[in-house]
Design a protein around this ligand. Structure first.
Ligand code: FES
Length: 94
């Protein structure tokens, strides 16, 4: 099972999630409660996270991420609502 580490406001949260998990979906049912999110549809960027490690195994950014994040994609930012986690990953969210 993938291990997710989330850095947020000086805290570190660590949790195993199921294979192919979407963290915003899990947050919506309080199974990944610390993640901040909004629309869940790639339109608001409230779920934006910076990938610290493990990003090389993520799927390529989709058109919503490209449209909403622009140059931030190159800085390692992704939209959590558009990601399906299947490998260990470490993220930061401000
Ligand atoms: S929750 Fe709105 S873009 Fe991800």
């Amino acid at each position: 099972m993938p291990n997710v580490i989330l850095h947020q406001n000086g805290q570190v949260y660590q949790q195993e999630v199921g294979e192919n998990s979407n963290l915003v979906v899990l947050a919506g049912v309080r199974k990944f409660p610390h993640l901040k999110y909004g629309c869940g549809m790639g339109k608001c960027t409230k779920c934006m996270v910076k990938v610290i490690s493990g990003g090389e195994k993520l799927q390529e950014p989709n058109w919503k991420e490209s449209k909403m994040l622009g140059e931030k994609l190159d800085e390692g930012f992704r939209l959590a609502c558009q990601l399906y986690i299947s490998e260990d990953i470490e993220l930061r969210q401000e």
